[in-house]
Design a protein. Sequence first.
Length: 285
Amino acid sequence: MKLGISKVFIVGVFCVPSFAAPAASAPDLSPDGVIQAAIGRVERAANADDARRQMDELVALGEREPAELVGQLVWYSAQHQGDRRARAIVGRAFSRLGAPKDVVVTALVTHLDDRDAAVRGDVRELLKGYEDRSATRPPDFSTYRAIIEDDVRHGREPRASLVELMYQSDAGTALLTMVRAYQLREPGEIKPILWAEHVVSDLLWKRRYGFAGANAVDAAALQQVELMSRHPRWWARLYAAEVVRTHPELGAAGMVDRLAGDGNGLVRAAGLAAKAKQSNSKATQ
């Protein structure tokens, strides 16, 4: 897992553009002289042994306050966009962090709304690595769920940038995560959401493994996306908008127009993106 973080960050991953605007109270990063100097010593190491020694000293700085070291590594990376050596150092440092995964992920999430676009991009990229996705399993959103659940429990709106990241990473897993984070209890409310996700995921699974055409649709999936697009909970409507954004053929024009005018900002942004994608698709046909 830790090695995966390093590889993902060094090589880079495809990131969907962010729709959420930075929060007004975003905790913008600024450099800490001691930690930045320690990172610099790793970069200037004379040989492999010296580099390991300097890395040990850098990681030790985060033993008491791992969140501070996480933020400083992100700040350093953001200042060295395109520098593969700098990004390799950051990747190795993250792979060496001794803090629990949930501590590191929570620290990264706090910087999703930084005013610096480079910081926001690097945070999203690093978080993707901690989702532990593979070809045979969905991403792990357990820490995201705990963060959102705490917000809900205290009457706060979940961080829009985090919700957006989840849905763009895996809309189905995000929807199920929100069911748990919002602590739904009534089977009558839960079961239609679970069924919708199951029906749509089943169609996408059939496409993926060749049991259906690459752009095949079926009436059941279309119906479930439509139902979710009219759901009273905004995060269920966001699921419909994100499904149609990534799979335009699953959304009727009227539904996409409705989502593009939704009262929730995230739903509206995803709906507008879906509408633009549908328009572009028609123009190229």
